[in-house]
Structure formats: C-alpha cells, structure tokens
Design a protein around this ligand. Structure first.
Ligand SMILES: Cc1ncc(C[n+]2csc(CCOP(=O)(O)OP(=O)(O)O)c2C)c(N)n1
Length: 644
C-alpha cells in the first residue's frame, strides 16, 4: 500500500469518476468508505431508500472500481437497489445524489439512460446473471476483450431465472465473473435450501480454519501467481470434503471464497485473480447488511428499504397523526381473521412478508403462511397445486412483480379455473421507485384472461369485502390496491360479499357519469362536486368495483341517457379499465361519448410524489377538471344546431 499524508477534507467530494478513485492512495480507502457510508445514511434518512443493502456493499463496490475499468468493463447489479455506491463513484454524487428518489434526482435503481456506467437497468430481482451472460457472450462473438461482472445477492439465487442462467453459463462463455453478495438476508431472512447451503459453506469452521492456515502457508512463499494457483487448486479440491459438494463447481464455475466483503485487500486480490481466469468464476463474498448504522444491522428487514428515519437513532419518522392504516396492513390483518376462521386459507409471499402485510399472518398463524423466496412463477403454480386439494391460497404479490407470474396465471390457474386469490399491492404509481415498480399494467394483462375476476376497492373497508368475496368465489380472483394509506373509513365488523360484476352508484347525475376505479373514486367524487358547484353540471359517480366482469347493464343504461361517460383509472389507458368500457359500448353498438383518464403509453419516471408525477402527465385534479369540462362544452356545442 502507498503511504501518504492523512487526508484532511472529504475525499468523496473529489471523486468524480472511477479514475479519481484509482488515483487515490490505498490507505485513504477506509476513510472514503466511511464518508460514503455517512453520505448514504444522510440522504436515505431524509429521502428514504435502500440503506441496508448499500451500506453492505461499500468495500465491494470500491474494490470493483479499483480493479476494473468502468464503463469499458461492465457491472450488472441484480435488482440494482444496491447501486448507490456505484453512483457516488461514477459522477452522480453531490446535489444529484441528494435528490435520490426525487424528481430530477438520482433514481433509486440503475438505468442505462442515467449513466454510461449503468450497463444494465433493473429493479426486479434475478435478472443480473442472464443479462451479464448475454453481454459476455456478445463480447465473445464480437471478439472484444472487456470484463463482465454480475453482482447478485444471496436471495437472487432463490429466483428461477438466476438458476436458469447458471445452468447456461459454461456452454455460453469462458469468461464471466459472478459476485455472490451473501448477507443472509433477502428483505426478510433469506429462505430455502440454497440459503441453507450458502450458510453451511460460510460457517464450516473446519474448512474455513484449514483454508486460512493453508493460505498463510502459501503466502509465506514469494512465488506469487504460480503459488496462488496451486493454493486455489488445493482449495477447490478440498472444499467438497468439508461442505458436501460445491454447488457452483458442479455448474462449471470456479468457486472462490468465502471472502470477507469488508476487507478491501482480500476483495481486490480475489477480483484480480478472477480477472485472469479462463473459466467463469464465482466469488462468494460475505457482507453485513446495514454495516455502519447500528440500527440497520440489528433490524435488517426494516432498513432494507426504509422510509425517512432519524440518522442518529434509526427511529422512523412518524407519519402525520391521524394517517389512516396502510392498505397492506388492513389486508394482512383481515387475512389473519379469515385464516383463523378457516384453516383452508393460506397466505403465500415471494420474499416480501412485511411489504405485502403477510407478516401479520406469519406471526399469528405461521402454519398457514408460506414464504417461497423471490419466485413469483413458483408462488402462482404452488398456489394452483394447493387449490386442487381444496386449500384456498391467497398470493400477495406487488402488481409489478406479478408480471413474472403471467404464464402460470394463464396456464396453471385460470385455464384450470382454480380458486386462487391474487392480492396485488402497489397497483398504480410507486412514485419514488419509478418505472420498474409502478403497477400500471395489471388490468391490461389480466382482463384478457378467461375466468379471471378482476377488481379494485374504493377504500380499505371494501378491500376486506373483496378479499372475503374472492374467498367465496370458486375460481381465480385478482384484487388490486394502491401503495400507502387507505382513505380512513371505518372497517365493518363483518365483511360483505359483493355480487360479482356489480358496480355501485355513489352519486346520481344526468349530464356526465364518471366511472371511477379504486383509488380514483375519491378524485371522481371531488371532481363531480366541483363541476356541479362551479359549472352547474349534473355529474354522477360510479364506483366500478369490477373491471371483469364489468357491470355492462348499468353502463349501457347510463350510456343510453347520459351524454358523457368519463372513466378514471390509475393504470395505463392501453388495455385498461377505460378500454373495457369502450369495448362493452362498442359491442352493444352504443355510440356514447367517452373521455378516458389514465396514464399514457409511456414508462413513467420516478418522482418526488404521486402529485408531482400526475401534474407532469396532465393528470392533476385541475388538469382532469379542465379536460372533462372542455369535452362537455364541445359536446354541447356539437349538439346545438348550426345557426341557433
Ligand atoms: C421479481 C422481484 N420480486 C421481488 C422483489 C423485491 N425485492 C427487492 S430486493 C429483494 C431482496 C434482495 O435480496 P438479495 O438479492 O439477497 O440482495 P440484498 O438486498 O440482500 O443485498 C426483494 C425480494 C424484486 N425486486 N423483484
């Protein structure tokens, strides 16, 4: 290591590119690591974000950028929620990073369009290995020479896609570096057989002691690379002895590790070695999620993706007094009651017990709770299997992650008309997270599937009714609801069974009828009141409840006598609720005027809040008011005969 005078000011402020990092004397790196941790804590405490995963990869990311040359060499981060350190080292620090997850600021994930250093974008888990393998194979085909490094968490190995890629590596390339960042945690504690296997490798005391002793022995020789090769060969061949078999070696990868993920020297050495290997290599790196923030180390689940917190104590910033309970908690508690009353009811999560509210079930009725890992396809088919034997599975998956389970939804659940309930949290915008996490496509991909019943409640009490209704229904049902707090309505003691395919008229009107879905119902009621008060227009509001089956009878009765139908949905217009209304009217040859309010055919970026993003897309309440009023006035003008 170069010795140099101790740095006085913040080193981080002088790092504008990986070249600046490379120029830094090695003995300054611990201070830089500390400054990076402090920066991440300061910014996530204010903006919220993935504090734990990022605090765990500070040394790993520093080592990657010391050894490789980004952007020529390419890093593919799985989920890309642990990319903050990478951002800070690639010219995205300062005020851009201070606006992390805010409008005009750094995204919470990696995007090819945000920086040339983001080789591959992500937000969903399990894609890194396939993407990196594709990039490495393209390199081989093109005859270029760059390195490709995939950085995958231990939970990524619960994803089918990761295992599919693993199966394909040796037949596709000779040069790929995979970093297994093993912190033993998914969002909750990692689950499943692979997680237990990794734990056995990491903790086999006999093996690790022997490995350290022998490493010290080999290091006592000045022979360098040759000795290192002999040592690694020994290590590979003895590992099977102590930890059954090295799974990764069976897939044809050279296994290196486990390596202390907070020891920069060890990381750099292993990466340097991997760089010169002529076979694909997996480096098993052990890291501590949340390192540097004691509260995050003791509560890794809470600090995986934290809302704003006190940087000193780690205490969450309290939501404003009187904030209604979150949809996810209302759902989770209702499911506990239903499951306690009916032992056939079980809850299934794909590695997200707290995010979906299923942690309530895990705690209260653990025998009826399953965490299957980040495995949405498996979750859906597992549920289908359970349903064939009379079990009533409730699969709770965010709308965006349910996209993974599309084929199982069609092929395994709906085709066989099995009674599985899917509860889709985060349907609609997930503003700070951005396009990988917005749940804006589910209506389009679900309402075309035969047998599917698709619904969205107007408030949290109706969510409980819909969960109850779906559990009475002898077929597949999908309930979507938004992120965050409910409306604040009281919850009935006993849920109601809703008649399938029946909408609810909340306000009568004779000029305009707004058909609103879910969280748009409250906006619709405010819009109707305003148009009535300010413009003297008679505006009714329907709570659609069901997108499929749609309440065609009510819709046609409105279209027959009300001049303008407005649809409102927190979903893309293409294929959504408004499209369902148009199709129903067209199929009945009903020439009604329809104004559809929803998201355009665009990937909506991240932003500071739902309000900010709605305003950016002309969907703020004032914008909608202007549009509906203009359409109404046009219709009126068209209906008045010329010359009068
Ligand atoms: C398909 C999909 N399902 C669920 C998630 C939610 N999710 C985000 S990160 C994460 C856990 C990742 O754990 P790991 O890969 O071990 O990385 P770590 O956070 O521990 O660094 C999960 C389940 C997701 N991003 N994508």
């Amino acid at each position: 290591m170069n010795e140099s005078s101790p740095p006085s000011s913040r080193l981080l402020d002088a790092i504008r590119s990986p070249a600046d990092l490379k120029a830094l004397p090695a003995d300054h790196l611990p201070q830089l690591a500390q400054e990076i941790r402090q920066e991440i804590i300061t910014v996530t405490a204010r903006n919220g974000g993935h504090v734990g995963p990022n605090l765990g990869v500070v040394e790993l990311t520093l080592a990657l950028h010391r050894v490789f040359n980004s952007p020529e060499d390419q890093f593919v981060f799985d989920v890309a929620h642990q990319g903050y350190v990478h951002k800070l080292l690639t010219g995205r620090g300062g005020s851009f990073f201070h606006r992390l997850r805010q409008s005009e600021g750094a995204s919470g994930f990696l995007y090819r369009k945000e920086s040339p250093h983001d080789a591959f974008g992500a937000g969903h888990a399990g894609t890194a290995l396939s993407a990196a393998l594709g990039m490495a194979t393209a390199r081989d085909l093109r005859g270029s020479d760059e390195h490709v490094v995939a950085v995958c968490g231990d939970a990524a190995f619960t994803c089918g896609i990761t295992l599919e890629a693993l199966n394909n590596i040796v037949s596709s390339t000779k040069r790929l570096i995979v970093i297994l960042n093993d912190n033993e945690w998914s969002i909750a504690k990692n689950v499943g057989a692979i997680s237990s296997y990794l734990n056995r490798i990491s903790t086999s005391k006999t093996y690790n002691k022997l490995h350290h002793d022998v490493e010290a022995f080999f290091k006592s020789f000045p022979a360098g690379a040759e000795m290192n090769r002999v040592y690694l060969k020994w290590k590979r061949e003895t590992k099977d002895f102590f930890v059954e078999s090295s799974l990764f070696e069976k897939f044809g990868l050279r296994y290196l590790g486990p390596v202390d993920g907070h020891n920069l020297d060890a990381l750099v050495k292993n990466l340097e070695f991997a760089k010169h290997c002529d076979v694909p290599v997996l480096i098993h790196v052990l890291t501590k999620k949340g390192k540097g923030l004691p509260a995050a180390v003791t509560s890794p689940e809470k600090f995986h993706g934290a809302s704003p917190f006190d940087p000193e104590t780690g205490e969450s910033k309290q939501s404003a007094p009187g904030t209604p309970p979150n949809y996810q908690d209302v759902f989770g508690r209702a499911l506990v009651r239903f499951a306690q009353a009916d032992r056939r009811i079980v809850g299934i999560t794909g590695a997200m017990p707290s995010g979906t509210g299923l942690s309530h079930l895990a705690k209260e009725v653990p025998g009826q709770f399953f965490d299957v890992g980040i495995a949405e396809e498996h979750a859906a088919i597992f549920a289908a299997g359970l349903a064939t034997k009379g079990i009533r599975p409730v699969v709770a998956i965010y709308s965006t992650f349910l996209q993974r389970a599309y084929d199982p939804i069609i092929h395994d659940v709906c085709l066989q008309n099995l009674p599985v309930t899917f509860c889709m949290d985060r349907a609609g915008l997930s503003p700070n997270d951005g396009p990988t996490h917005h749940g804006l496509f589910d209506l389009a991909y679900l309402r075309c599937v035969p047998h599917a019943v698709v619904m969205q409640p107007k408030d949290e009490d109706e969510l409980v009714d819909m969960l109850h209704t779906s559990l009475q229904h002898n077929g597949p049902a999908f309930v979507r609801y938004p992120r965050g707090a409910g409306v604040g309505v009281p919850l009935k003691a006993q849920p109601a069974t809703l008649p399938l395919g029946h909408a609810e008229v909340l306000r009568e009107g004779s000029n305009i009828m707004i058909w609103a879905l879910g969280n748009m119902v409250q906006d619709a009621l405010r819009l109707a009141a305003r148009l009535a008060a300010e413009e003297n227009i008679s505006v009714g509001v329907v709570n659609a409840r069901f997108v499929k089956p749609l309440d065609r009878a009510l819709l046609l009765s409105h279209a027959a006598c009300i001049p303008l139908i407005v649809t409102m949905e927190d979903h893309v217009l293409a294929g959504g609720f408004g499209s369902a209304v148009l199709e129903a009217l067209q199929e009945s040859d009903c020439p009604a005027a329809v104004e559809r309010i929803g998201w355009p055919d665009r990937f909506v970026e991240h932003g500071s809040s739902t309000e900010v993003l709605r305003a950016a897309y002309g969907l703020a309440p004032d914008d909608i008011h202007r549009r509906v009023l203009a359409r109404w006035r046009n219709l009126r003008a068209e209906s008045v005969p010329a010359g009068t």
